[in-house]
Design a protein around this ligand. Structure first.
Ligand code: ZN
Length: 561
C-alpha cells in the first residue's frame, strides 16, 4: 500500500504501518495539495493490484543505521529517519533491515512473504486522522486501514462478517428496540428504557438462581464512601486515576470503582468461626470508573455499570474447591444464555502490585490447580493480573465468532490483611481468610450488550423483554385485545398491545421490526371463538388457540433446563 501511495502521490512521507487484528494500517503525511478522501481508496487499491500482479519479490538487506538514515534523508522520509535514530538510542541497534519490492524500499523488522503475488485479495476500508506517535503536539497524519487475504473468498467472508456486525450493532438496536439510550448529558452512563430494564432483570434472575443454588448470601453497600476507606483498600495508591471524588461538609468521598471494600467492612463487622466458611457474599453493585471519553463504546465500555459481584471468604485449603464451583456456575450460566464455547485465561502478577512474592506464588498455584483439576485448557497471560492478585478470566464466543471477556475470578491475599479480617480456627486461633473476588457475567450492562449482538436483538422466548404483541385487526377489537393481554399477563407472559389506528398489515410489519417472538392477531373470528391467531417468528402460522394455550406454550419455552 505504501508503494502504491508514494507512486500516486509523489512527496508523501510514510510513517508506520503495522498489522492489526482486523488487517493493517499505514500512516501517511500526504503532500498539502493531495486532499485524499474515501473516494480515493479504490484508486490506491487498483495501484496495489498492479504491483500484486507484477509479483514483485520482497528483497531484504541489512545496513548500518547511518547508511539507512542517509538513504531515507535523501528521499525526504523524515519519519523513517526519526524511527532509526530512536532505535539506535533506545535499543542500541547496529544494523537495521530494509525490504524492497519494485522501486519501493521501506524500513521493516520483517519477516515478509516471498513476493507480492502471494496476496490474492486486498481491500482498503477507511481513513482516519492519527497524530505521529499518538502525540497531540506532533504532526496529524492520515491513517489508511485495509485488509488482505489469501483468496477472494476469504475476503468476501470477512466483508460479510463486517456487514453482519453492523446490522447487529447494539448501539443501533438499543434505541430501536426500546432497550437503552445514550445521552450527551451523561457520557458513558446508559439510560435503561423499559424493555432493557426488563432484560437486565431477566439476566439478574439467572444469576440469582445460581446464588441460591450455591449458598451465596446477598448484600447492598453504599456507592459513596469516605476517602480513608480507599486509602486503606489500596485503591487510592493503585486505582486513583480511574475514580470519581466528591466532597460534602468537611469530608472527602469517592464513588466506588469496585465493591470489595464494602464487602470487607461487612465481613469484618462480626466474629467468624471456621464453621461459617466459605462465606459467600454477593452484591449486584453499581461501580463508576473515570474512563476517558475517547474509549467509551456503547454498553461495552462505559463509566457506570453493575457487576454481578461476589466475595468469597475461605480458608486457604478451600480455595481450589471454591474456584472449581465458580467455574461450574459460569459454565451453566453461559450455556443458558446460548454460549457453549467458553475460553479461559489465567493472568499472573503485574508490575504494579501489592502483596508478597510468597502470597503471589501461592495464589497463582491455587488457580492453576483448580483449572487443571477440571481438565480445562487455558491460556496464560503473564503480568496481566489485578494489582491485588492473579485471576482467571472467562471469554464467550458469539454468533459471529467474536470473543468477549465476561466473568472473572480473582484471588486476593492482600485485602484481608488491609482490613485485618480473621476467623477462629478449630484450635481457637485467629486466622486470615483468603478472599476470592468473582463475577459470573462481569458487567450486567456489557453482558446485555453482548447478548443484543449475539441474538441480533431477536432474543429467545424466555429472554425476550416482550414475548408477544396483540394486534387488533381494527379499533373495534381493541377491547378484546386488552382482555387477551390481561389474561396473558395474569399467566406470566410479557405482552404488549398495538392499539394504534393502523392497518393490521402495517402493525405486522412493525411487530416484525420489534422482534417479538409471537404476534397474536385478533379480529371478529378470534373474538367470537375466544381465541388468538398465533404467528410465531420461529415456526410461522400456528393457527387459532385460546390465550391460555399460548401462555402454557410460552411457559414451557421459558423453563430452565
Ligand atoms: Zn472485589
Amino acid at each position: 500500500m505504501a508503494e502504491a501511495v508514494v507512486e500516486l502521490y509523489p512527496g508523501t512521507k510514510v510513517a508506520i504501518g503495522p498489522p492489526i487484528e482486523q488487517g493493517f494500517y499505514y500512516d501517511f503525511e500526504f503532500p498539502p495539495d493531495a486532499r485524499v478522501t474515501d473516494a480515493d481508496l479504490e484508486r490506491i487499491e487498483a495501484a496495489m493490484r498492479a504491483h500484486i500482479e507484477a509479483d514483485e519479490p520482497f528483497e531484504r538487506r541489512d545496513v548500518s543505521p547511518g547508511e539507512a538514515i542517509e538513504t531515507f534523508r535523501a528521499q525526504g522520509q523524515d519519519y523513517k529517519v526519526e524511527l532509526i535514530e530512536d532505535l539506535v538510542r533506545d535499543e542500541g541497534v547496529e544494523t537495521v533491515s530494509l525490504y524492497r519490492n519494485g522501486p519501493f524500499e521501506d524500513l521493516c523488522r520483517g519477516p515478509h512473504g516471498p513476493s507480492t503475488g502471494r496476496i490474492k485479495a486486498v481491500k482498503l476500508s477507511s481513513l482516519a486522522g492519527a497524530y505521529w506517535r499518538g502525540d497531540e503536539s506532533r504532526q496529524m497524519l492520515t491513517r489508511v486501514y485495509g485488509t488482505a487475504f489469501f483468496s477472494g473468498k476469504d475476503l468476501d467472508a470477512h466483508l460479510e462478517r463486517i456487514e453482519q456486525a453492523k446490522a447487529r450493532d447494539h448501539r443501533r438496536l438499543g434505541p430501536q428496540l426500546g432497550l437503552f439510550m445514550l445521552r450527551e448529558e451523561a457520557p458513558g452512563m446508559p439510560f435503561w428504557l423499559a424493555n432493557g430494564t426488563t432484560l437486565l432483570r431477566l439476566i439478574e434472575a439467572e444469576v440469582q438462581a445460581q446464588l441460591r443454588k450455591r449458598g451465596y448470601e446477598e448484600i447492598k453497600t453504599p456507592h459513596l464512601m469516605d476517602v480513608d476507606l480507599w486509602h486503606r483498600s489500596g485503591h487510592w495508591d493503585n486505582y486513583r486515576e480511574s475514580m470519581y471524588f466528591t466532597e460534602s461538609g468537611e469530608r472527602q468521598y469517592a464513588l466506588r470503582p469496585m465493591n470489595c471494600p464494602g464487602a470487607c467492612l461487612v465481613f469484618g463487622s462480626k466474629r467468624h468461626s471456621y464453621r461459617e466458611l466459605p462465606l459467600r457474599i454477593a452484591e449486584f453493585g453499581q461501580v463508576s470508573r473515570a474512563e476517558r471519553e475517547g474509549v467509551l463504546h456503547g454498553l461495552l465500555r462505559v463509566r457506570a455499570f453493575t457487576q454481578d459481584d461476589a466475595h468469597v471468604y475461605c480458608a486457604p485449603e478451600q480455595v481450589v474447591d471454591e474456584v472449581t464451583d465458580i467455574c461450574a456456575a459460569i459454565d451453566e450460566l453461559y450455556a443458558r444464555f446460548g454460549f457453549e464455547d467458553v475460553r479461559v485465561e489465567l493472568s499472573t502478577r503485574p508490575d504494579k502490585s501489592i502483596g508478597s512474592d510468597e502470597q503471589w506464588a501461592q495464589a497463582e498455584e491455587a488457580l492453576r490447580r483448580a483449572l487443571e483439576g477440571q481438565g480445562r485448557e487455558y491460556k496464560l497471560n503473564p503480568g496481566d493480573g489485578a494489582f491485588y492478585g492473579p485471576k482467571i478470566d472467562f471469554h464467550v464466543t458469539d454468533a459471529l465468532g467474536r470473543s468477549w471477556q465476561c466473568g472473572t475470578c480473582q484471588l486476593d491475599f492482600s485485602m484481608p490483611e488491609r482490613f485485618d479480617l480473621s476467623y477462629t480456627d478449630p484450635d481457637d486461633e485467629q486466622r486470615r481468610p483468603v478472599m476470592i473476588h468473582r463475577a459470573l457475567l462481569g458487567s450486567m450492562e456489557r453482558f446485555a450488550g453482548i447478548l443484543i449482538e449475539h441474538y441480533a436483538g431477536r432474543f429467545p422466548v424466555w429472554l425476550a423483554p416482550l414475548q408477544a404483541i396483540v394486534l387488533p385487526v381494527s379499533d373495534r377489537h381493541n377491547d378484546y385485545a386488552g382482555r387477551v393481554a390481561a389474561e396473558l399477563r395474569e399467566a406470566g407472559v410479557r405482552v404488549a398491545v398495538d392499539g394504534r389506528s393502523e392497518s393490521v398489515g402495517k402493525k405486522i410489519r412493525d411487530a416484525e421490526l420489534g422482534r417479538y417472538p409471537y404476534m397474536l392477531v385478533v379480529g371478529d373470528r378470534e373474538e367470537e371463538a375466544g381465541a388468538v391467531a398465533v404467528r410465531s417468528h420461529e415456526e410461522g402460522e400456528l393457527g387459532a388457540m385460546p390465550a391460555a394455550e399460548l401462555a402454557a406454550r410460552v411457559r414451557g419455552e421459558s423453563e430452565r433446563a
